[in-house]
Design a protein around this ligand. Structure first.
Ligand SMILES: Cc1ncc(COP(=O)(O)O)c(C=O)c1O
Length: 394
């Protein structure tokens, strides 16, 4: 039996979500821009999807733009806001632990004269709100800070950061909530954001669909020229089935949230306790202010990639950190920013639980993960490929 503990990378598509999407992939195939009955049906479904996603975050339907995922939502929000604000200033403030969708987008903007200021984080990966205050100048047009970190699960003091940002007129606050949704309640007033990015595949919705919240009155420059779809903010025929799927997945996930969070916290703590009995292991990220099902560690004198291979051979899917950097030999910029030296950061391991994770799976994982982790510390048993998939015998 394979046990999937990589829900921060992606989640399985929920059956009810697939059922909600299927008509729009078959008989209800109309283009929402068409005036006839087929088009009207698609338009009604798309309007409903806007409304449902908006309702779950305390927004209005017109404030939601469907995109091709979290990355596009972030690109549209950040580039769009930067270009729209260029006449007022060129300074953008962010943190050192953002996902590459934010970090690389801002690096790109630097080529066009924007100044990007990266705030440091503490040992747990948290930004100090006072540092945000200090970094804001008259030339600042945008602050981009994530709600919860994908590699270490740490939740930022986002409302407090927002309070500092909002005290300055004309500075937009953008929040990458891709990992946070739906584990944390996202209310755009509470988190004080003007721009929020989310992605459906992180909560049992389809891949390749995301949503960008844009506070009413927030001006952005569209990044994709074409038709007037999504109120002129994103040209291109809409992915109706995807939007319907995202709305369905988000509704279901939000309804399940309190119960799922309680259960995942309990299961994660159990697995965490078992792994931390292994010498040389240390929890990374904040011990309390973290996503409920998110477990991240470093294993000293070990290579995280080898551990994930070892776990894979034993039927457990885990990762070293960000799915987007898996396969690269670079150490995590997140762990580096948190003060971990390269040799420790190389031992990064991430196990992320999801709604479908069961007690029985964690029972099995508790038996396997500490054993594999312990065995693969340097100087113990080297990982060896096991083409027959019979386990690594450790
Ligand atoms: C924090 C964060 N931001 C953005 C993204 C990108 O989202 P997507 O995969 O939908 O493009 C991810 C994906 O892992 C993420 O974890």
């Amino acid at each position: 039996m394979a046990i999937y503990l990589d829900h921060a990378a992606t989640t399985p598509l929920r059956r009810e979500v697939l059922d909600a999407m299927l008509p729009f992939l078959s008989e209800d195939f109309g283009n929402p821009s068409s005036g006839h009955a087929f088009g009207r049906k698609a338009r009604a479904a798309l309007d409903d999807a806007h409304e449902r996603v908006a309702r779950q975050i305390g927004a209005e339907a017109r404030e939601i733009v469907f995109t091709s995922g979290g990355t596009e939502a972030i690109n549209l929000g950040l580039k769009g806001a930067a270009w729209a604000g260029k006449a007022r200033g060129h300074r953008i403030v962010t943190s050192a632990v953002e996902h590459h969708a934010v970090g690389h987008t801002l690096r790109y903007l630097e080529k066009f004269g924007f100044e990007v200021v990266e705030l440091p984080v503490d040992r747990y990966g948290r930004v100090d709100p006072d540092d945000v205050d200090t970094a804001l100048t008259d030339k600042t047009i945008l602050v981009a800070i994530m709600l919860a970190n994908n590699e270490v699960g740490t939740i930022q003091a986002i409302a407090e950061i927002a309070r500092r940002v909002r005290a300055r007129r004309g500075v937009l606050f953008a929040v990458d909530a891709v990992q946070a949704a739906p584990h944390l309640e996202i209310d755009v007033e509470t988190i004080g954001a003007d721009i929020v990015a989310m992605s459906a595949h992180k909560f049992e919705g389809p891949k390749g669909v995301g949503a960008l919240y844009l506070r009413h009155g927030t001006h952005i420059v569209g990044q994709q020229q074409g038709g007037s779809q999504e109120r002129h903010r994103r040209g291109g025929t809409e992915n109706v089935a995807g939007a319907v799927g995202m709305a369905a997945a988000f509704d279901l996930a939000c309804a399940d949230r309190p119960e799922t969070a309680r259960r995942l916290r309990r299961l994660r703590e159990r697995l965490q306790k078992a792994i931390l009995t292994v010498e040389g292991t240390e929890l990374t990220g904040h011990p309390k202010d973290r996503l409920p099902g998110h477990l991240s560690l470093i294993v000293r004198d070990a290579d995280g990639a080898s551990i994930t291979v070892g776990l894979d051979l034993e039927g457990i899917a885990a990762s070293v950190g960000s799915a987007c950097t898996t396969g690269s030999t670079e150490v995590s910029h997140v762990l580096t920013a948190m003060g971990y030296p390269d040799e420790e950061a190389r031992g990064a391991l991430r196990l992320t639980l999801g709604r479908t994770t069961t007690d029985a799976e964690i029972d099995i994982a508790v038996g396997i993960v500490p054993r594999v982790v312990g065995a693969l510390r340097v100087g113990q048993v080297a990982v060896s490929a096991d083409p027959l998939g019979q386990g690594i015998g450790v």
